[in-house]
Design a protein around this ligand. Structure first.
Ligand code: FES
Ligand code: FES
Length: 165
């Protein structure tokens, strides 16, 4: 086999996926081009904007900074898979209700990163904590206020729901 291509197997949104990929292919290019999962977006392509955020083995990573071959054997989750599980339905609804998206380019990465913060536990994060956690995800449209509003509202709602169980 050409030394530049490798056979890999990864679990993508719960399904085992096998492919032969160029060693230089990024994870986000693999997901978009080979797996037809275009919810992960490509912005800066050098780790700054967060548009390409996906989860690998449970951690949110930059899909443009990982190579597909590095994910051989890994569990990869994209916005499509996470949305299907209902894990972020309340966040998605809050983003819509508060106009926390306009063009939507940043939104998949924002949602995954916000969910990472909220799922970490530790009570309701402050607005400052939300801003810091989302600071690696750039939005050119909203000015961030509505995004912080939406994440804060969901954090409070989840917290009170826990209290009533
Ligand atoms: S495209 Fe990956 S961080 Fe911007
Ligand atoms: S909604 Fe357009 S970049 Fe965030």
């Amino acid at each position: 086999m050409n030394a530049r291509v490798h056979d890999i197997t990864m679990t993508v949104n719960g399904e085992e996926t096998r492919a032969t990929v160029d060693a230089r292919k990024t994870l986000v290019d693999f997901l978009r081009d080979d797996a037809a999962l275009t919810g992960s977006h490509i912005g800066c392509e050098h780790g700054v904007c967060g548009a390409c955020s996906v989860r690998v083995d449970g951690a949110v990573v930059r899909g443009c900074l990982m190579l597909a071959v590095q994910c051989d054997g890994a569990r990869v989750e994209t916005i499509e898979g996470v949305a299907e599980t209902d894990e972020i339905t309340d966040l998605q609804e809050a983003f819509i209700a508060r106009n926390a998206l306009q063009c939507g380019y940043c939104t998949p990465g924002m949602l995954l990163t916000a969910q990472e913060l909220l799922a970490a536990g530790g009570g309701v994060p402050s607005r400052e904590q939300i801003r810091v956690h989302l600071s690696g995800n750039y939005c050119r449209c909203t000015g961030y206020q509505a995004i912080v509003d939406a994440v804060e509202a969901v954090a409070k709602a989840r917290h009170s729901a826990q209290g009533t169980r």
